[in-house]
Design a binder for this molecule. Structure first.
Ligand SMILES: Cc1cc2nc3c(=O)[nH]c(=O)nc-3n(C[C@H](O)[C@H](O)[C@H](O)COP(=O)(O)O)c2cc1C
Length: 200
């Protein structure tokens, strides 16, 4: 059984354009493989809080040594880390907001990058511990950034996932969604075709 973790980060929840692409991909995959186990997190409905000194320390304190307060602080991040550890496949729905990933996704990244659990420091630099996983990242944007200096999102996500050890990453983009109806329809149709091929 394959375990898939779906993280949608649009402020529009299920109605987000990025969410719809990611959801469509997962739904198609599920039709092919009914035993696919899907965990779905909609960050607009249940965001992880920003890191604070207390939360960061609580997260890095071994569970058996935490105070009850630290345990409470660490629980949401512990759950997010466990979901990622359990997953074989990670699917991200990512709109471009102000040239970057939504802050809810950044907060999720901040919590799941846990030294000693999802990566570790070595004499040769950091080493990702999440090897053997695959990721599919659905990126939507009003403008077009592919291949330009203003593409801060896909290189960042690629780098971050590789830092955790996830090197097998497929990006599916729908760009120019605010550049007129024809451009938007073309980009969404193209993304839909790729999704159909990927999920086949
Ligand atoms: C708060 C906000 C900021 C945005 N910033 C950008 C941006 O910097 N560049 C861009 O191309 N589009 C921007 N857009 C447009 C979105 O990237 C585009 O509509 C995307 O498809 C939204 O995906 P979603 O429906 O999944 O949230 C922005 C939209 C919102 C709501």
């Amino acid at each position: 059984m394959t375990k898939l973790l779906l993280i949608n980060s649009s402020v529009f929840g299920n109605d987000g354009q990025s969410s719809r692409l990611a959801d469509d991909f997962v739904a198609r995959w599920r039709r092919q493989a009914p035993d696919l186990a899907v965990t779905r997190r909609i960050l607009s409905d249940e965001p992880l809080s920003h890191l604070t000194d207390e939360r960061f320390r609580a997260a890095l304190t071994p569970a058996a040594e935490r105070t009850p307060g630290q345990q409470r602080e660490a629980e949401p991040a512990d759950a997010a880390v466990q979901e990622l550890l359990d997953a074989d496949v990670l699917v991200l729905g990512v709109p471009v907001y102000n040239f970057h990933v939504p802050s809810t996704l950044k907060a999720w990244f901040d919590h799941v990058a846990r030294a000693g659990t999802t990566f570790r420091y070595t004499a040769n630099g950091p080493e990702g511990l999440l090897t053997g996983k695959r990721a599919y990242v659905f990126v939507t944007s009003g403008g077009r950034y592919s291949g330009t200096d203003a593409d801060f999102v896909t290189p960042y996500i690629k780098h971050f996932l590789a830092f955790l050890g996830i090197e097998d990453v497929e990006f599916i983009r729908a760009e120019g969604l605010a550049m007129g109806e024809d451009a938007a329809r073309g980009a969404l149709d193209e993304a839909a075709e790729r999704i159909a091929r990927l999920a086949a």
